[in-house]
Design a protein around this ligand. Structure first.
Ligand SMILES: [Zn+2]
Length: 307
């Protein structure tokens, strides 16, 4: 009797353990599905170049690590700085390590308004058109030129995540934040590197607009095709449009009289410039339609023989 009881207990435990393993596997699978993109909100922060950091904190200053961040090798420092713009200041701004090639300050649109500066919406690392700003430590204030951007939102992932999600590096996708007040962000950049862990990064303006709460997920809603196949489609579209333009042009060059209806048909096909023979007659109504539809008329005498 006792043996039976023990054997029954063992059976149950084994069953529960295998069920737990099954759940574990399921958990991993659901974690990388399109509707379970973890979201992290980036607070305003500064990545310093070594040169600017030492100019601001002293030649012997080293970055003191406060905590590791979710992306491999990135950390937050104990130091904080103040941003000083023409209209206002923002204090206690986080400093992130390690050093970068160039100093990059990432703020929100709201911050930019408060500071009174015009920061562009750029992919992190792209400082084209970036605004300058005064940055202050406890010790001193310095001006850093071309460093302030509003970072475009993006999703970090490794190659395996990208394969499972059917996306590729540098592709853009739309992501719906599944919150109490859902918002779909378009043009979200996919960034693939084996150093990355899966997370979508948005700033506080975006998080607040979407009523983001910790634990809300994002869902990739428009990436049924990979970037490459989209490229191919665009190419095919371009070619077939070019073919259509050329067919229409050849057709028109043969015509002695071009009437309003011809122009209507051309406009409907999305063609914005046409070739006509210089001896062709364009009726006044057709001319009106050309002006209205803003179609460019190029005269071509080369096909004289076709008339
Ligand atoms: Zn990021």
């Amino acid at each position: 009797m006792r043996d039976e009881l023990i054997s029954e207990i063992v059976k149950r435990i084994v069953k529960e353990m295998s069920a737990a393993r099954e759940n574990e596997v399921l958990e991993i699978v659901t974690e990388i599905s399109k509707d379970r993109i973890p979201i992290e909100v980036s607070a305003r922060h500064v990545h310093f170049s070594e040169e600017d950091y030492k100019a601001l904190f002293g030649i012997d200053a080293v970055m003191s690590k406060k905590k590791e961040l979710s992306q491999y090798g990135q950390f937050q420092c104990k130091e904080r700085v103040m941003l000083i713009g023409p209209k206002g200041t923002i204090s206690r701004v986080a400093v992130l390590g390690p050093f970068r090639q160039k100093t990059q300050v990432e703020i929100t649109k709201t911050d930019a308004r408060q500071l009174g500066i015009n920061a562009p919406l750029n992919q992190s690392g792209n400082l084209e058109g970036a605004s300058g700003i005064h940055v202050a430590s406890r010790e001193l204030v310095m001006e850093i030129k071309s460093c302030v951007i509003i970072a475009k939102n993006h999703i970090h992932m490794n190659a395996l995540d990208a394969k499972n999600l059917d996306v590729v590096d540098n592709q853009t996708v739309s992501v719906r934040v599944k919150s109490e007040r859902p918002i779909t962000f378009e043009d979200v950049l996919v960034r693939v590197s084996d150093k990355y862990s899966l997370a979508m990064h948005i700033d506080f303006d975006e998080a607040n607009a979407a009523w983001y709460c910790e634990g809300d997920y994002g869902e990739i809603v428009n990436s049924s095709q990979t970037y490459k196949s989209q490229e191919n489609d665009r190419q095919v579209e371009k070619t077939s449009h070019a073919e259509e333009v050329s067919t229409v042009s050849k057709e028109l060059l043969k015509r002695k009289l071009i009437v309003e209806e011809d122009i209507r048909q051309i406009a409907k096909k999305g063609i914005d410039s046409i070739y006509v023979h210089k001896k062709s007659i364009i009726t006044p109504l057709a001319k009106d339609a050309i002006r209205k539809e803003r179609i460019k008329v190029l005269q071509n005498a080369e096909e004289r023989g076709a008339l």
